[in-house]
Design a protein around this ligand. Structure first.
Ligand code: PXP
Length: 254
């Protein structure tokens, strides 16, 4: 069992399905990728069943639930259709993500504050079914407080703006975004929320996020699948894990 302070890695297999769907057919298979991820030391599998089924499709979710022992983090829009699918499969966790512009904050996370009345029954139904609910939000105190008001036990902080700033070589913006994430992770933990993070993380951006002591899980997909083209999925995951563990070890020593 991982220790209480450990940092989990959820591997998002969406973009294995993106490549499969580019040609149709069955190859490459996201469930095979999930099996490999488990062998490489992933702690969970993440998959986003989008309303337009552009990558993961319903049969993938069925197979991930039936064939993979790792907990599934089912990313879903806040719709009746997705709620029914989640309740049918009862994954370990459901992460509510925005798919439509009006569900997002200006930065891109779910508008948990503005969507309280719409989201509260959905969060309640998922929780009643024993599914751990997570909200994919911006690193914004207003959104963290909204997550508490919605009785969601988990938030996933959107790392996209931080990763974009790093990619653009804008050190000042990256520093600002990292400070925002650092503050939000601490506030989230102080409010009693379990804090996760993800979106756009790479070998170059993961270390400062993995070093945040309040962060308990990272969900990473696109970069790992891209890197797998060059080194294989297992090697890509192992390298990410190594970087995460090194960052964490330094945090624990400090
Ligand atoms: N977390 C959430 C909530 C996501 O929706 C995604 C996919 O966009 C990820 C993490 C993984 O992001 P990426 O594929 O950029 O690593």
């Amino acid at each position: 069992m991982p220790s209480d302070k450990s940092l989990r890695l959820g591997v998002n297999v969406d973009h294995v399905a993106t490549i499969r769907n580019a040609r149709g057919g069955t190859h490459p298979d996201p469930v095979r990728a999930a099996r490999l991820a488990a062998a490489a030391g992933a702690d969970g599998i993440t998959a986003h069943l989008r309303e337009d089924r552009r990558h993961i499709v319903d049969a993938d979710i069925e197979r991930l639930m039936a064939e993979i022992e790792l907990p599934l983090n089912f990313e879903m829009a806040a719709t009746e259709e997705m709620l029914a699918i989640a309740l049918r499969h009862r994954p370990h966790a459901a992460c509510i993500v925005p798919e439509k512009r009006e569900e997002r904050t200006t930065e891109g996370g779910l508008d948990a504050a503005g969507g309280h009345n719409r989201l509260r029954p959905l969060v309640g139904s998922l929780a009643d079914a024993g599914i751990r609910v997570s909200l994919f939000i911006e690193a914004d105190p207003k959104q963290l407080e909204a997550a508490v008001a919605l009785q969601a036990p988990v938030v996933e902080l959107h790392t996209g703006a931080y990763c974009d700033a790093c990619l653009e070589g804008d050190g000042a913006a990256a520093g600002r975004e990292l400070a925002r994430l650092t503050d939000a992770a601490s506030l989230g933990a102080a409010l009693g929320l379990e804090v996760h993070a993800g979106h756009g993380l790479t070998y170059d951006t993961v270390t400062p996020i993995a070093a945040l002591p309040a962060v308990r899980e990272l969900n990473i997909g696109h970069f790992l699948v891209g890197e797998a083209v060059f080194v294989g999925l297992e090697a890509a995951i192992l390298q990410m894990r190594t970087l995460m563990d090194a960052a964490r070890a330094e945090t624990l020593e400090a």
